[in-house]
Design a protein around this ligand. Structure first.
Ligand SMILES: NC(=O)c1ccc[n+]([C@@H]2O[C@H](COP(=O)([O-])OP(=O)(O)OC[C@H]3O[C@@H](n4cnc5c(N)ncnc54)[C@H](O)[C@@H]3O)[C@@H](O)[C@H]2O)c1
Length: 292
């Protein structure tokens, strides 16, 4: 049966791959993105391939009213909303002492409030329908500590908490909620850097984010199309937490077995290659990190 889906951040990377996989399955998809031209281009390509349909919408997920009207207009047009992928997100990181409140605000506004806005708009509608599935994109950084990317990790842990809490509330009322926690995926986010209108973060400017994420991902990035297939499989099976690829699942398991060990590992990997040799944490310092 053809389903009706909204994918935020649908113009690029994981969102675009999700849109492609949904259209390939025959679904009717709205690619919603702050980059309207890129969303339109992506939708046009998908319309040409089918068998499902795709339309584009310009939406900034930071704006609650805009997200609400996206949800309402989609449901009115198609008669219902089956799937909402709250996927739009940005990377905000750097050493905490170099960050300003503006960095934290931006991370929270897009990565957390953006998801909250989607939930607040779609959940009551799905309750009225008696069905629906909300799929929030967090990150493996929402399950593990993220030294060097505290704002990003903070928002992603919050998205995991929001998703699992809502899942508990929604389960008996016919609405499903899943959270997606990918490891490093090869998408444009890795090359975008910080939003240009925020104060400069010198260390972040010197850091090759793609190389750093590849390092914490076991030396290899995952493909967006492969991840989208994993996500749709997880959604079909109503998984609470969808973690991919395998390396990410191993790290998540390790985190549950030994959080101290994972914190030490993440700290060592995150600082490697960023600080001058003399400033690298010594083994006793790294051990101290995990003891606290
Ligand atoms: N790529 C990775 O390694 C990785 C890993 C884990 C989680 N994620 C998460 O996956 C999601 C998608 O990221 P991606 O890797 O595909 O990045 P991407 O940059 O390729 O795509 C993100 C999309 O979100 C859109 N967007 C950004 N701010 C927006 C806003 N305020 N309103 C609406 N749209 C907005 C962008 O225009 C872009 O099209 C994000 O939530 C990201 O945090 C990515």
């Amino acid at each position: 049966m053809s389903r009706v889906a909204i994918v935020t951040g649908g113009a690029s990377g994981i969102g675009r791959a999700l849109g492609t996989a949904l259209v390939r399955r025959g679904d009717r998809v709205v690619l919603a993105d702050v980059d309207g031209a890129a969303a339109e281009e992506a939708a046009e390509r998908l319309r040409a391939t089918g068998p499902g349909t795709a339309t584009a919408a310009v939406v900034d997920v930071r704006e609650a009213d805009a997200v609400a009207s996206l949800v309402t207009s989609t449901a009115e047009r198609h008669g219902r909303l089956d799937l909402l992928f709250n996927n739009a997100g940005i990377g905000i990181g750097g050493p905490v002492e170099e960050l300003s409140p503006a960095h934290w605000d931006r991370a929270v506004d897009v990565n957390l409030r953006g998801v909250v806005h989607g939930v607040q708009a779609a959940y009551p509608l799905m309750l009225r329908q008696g069905h629906g599935h909300i799929v929030n994109t967090a990150s493996l950084a929402g399950l593990l500590p993220g030294p060097g990317m505290a704002p990003y990790a903070t928002t992603k842990w919050a998205v995991v908490g929001l998703s699992l809490s809502l899942r508990g509330e929604a389960a008996r009322r016919g609405v499903r909620v899943s959270v997606v926690c990918p490891g490093g995926v090869d998408t444009p986010i890795l090359d975008k850097g910080m939003p240009a209108d925020l104060p400069r973060v010198p260390t972040a400017e010197l850091t090759d984010a793609r190389a750093a994420i590849t390092r914490v991902s076991g030396g290899r990035l995952y493909g967006a199309d492969a991840l989208a297939a994993d996500v749709l499989r997880g959604v079909d099976r109503n998984r609470a937490v969808i973690v991919a690829p395998r390396h990410a699942r191993v790290m998540w398991r390790l985190m549950r077995l030994s959080p101290g060990l994972v914190l030490r590992l993440q700290t060592t990997i995150a600082t490697r290659g960023r600080e001058p040799a003399g400033a690298r944490p010594t083994a006793p310092v790294a051990a101290e990190v995990s003891r606290r």
